[in-house]
Design a protein around this ligand. Sequence first.
Ligand code: FE
Length: 228
Amino acid sequence: MDAEILHQLGYGLYVVSSSMDGRYNGQVANALMQVCAEPAAVAVCLNKKNLTHEYIRSSRVFTASVLSEETPLPFIARFGFRSGRDVDKFEGLDAMIGSTGAPILKDFCTAYLEVEVEREADAWTHTVFIGRVVGAGILAEGVPMSYAFYHDVKRGVTPRTAPNYVKHHEKESEVSKYECTMCDYIYDPAVGDPDSGVAPGTAFEDLPDDWGCPVCGAAKSEFEKVED
Ligand code: FE
């Protein structure tokens, strides 16, 4: 099978969070969907190795915070490219604790769901947790981020020929693009890294030494020049 075909499936982008023994953790997840209307129920598919998986297994509850298109990459990276075993992902964040005891993100989110897990299905490397929605709320106006938007626009890897190629990429740059070898994020000098205060037009060589990949936090030294 051509794995490219699977890229045609559409998803959203969420932070799925849970709690265990008074500790909180969350992770970015795209595989979340509604499975039933009566009762209102959703399913989320998580990797068995992840700490959030461990927490949900134990507490049988999770929340899903719906990320908006405005979410900066470092915020996504905090939940997407680090393990809660190494850092407290909620430290310093404006989160609220809902009726299930699991944390709900407020920053950059349009809405949230609170879920009590009632079923689960083994899916090889992953587990599908299925549960009833016991709470929900709108947090802010905004466009929920799709997984495609995250990949194509946020991470800057949209091909020039794509219909969703964004305007600020149109300004051709004579200076080279650089790719993060850890996560495939591409630094485009024409775009810069506005979320980290790097103005458009900044060459990779001119980035501050302490600049890191906005997606995964990798150091400058982990980047390789993109050959056109
Ligand atoms: Fe990276």
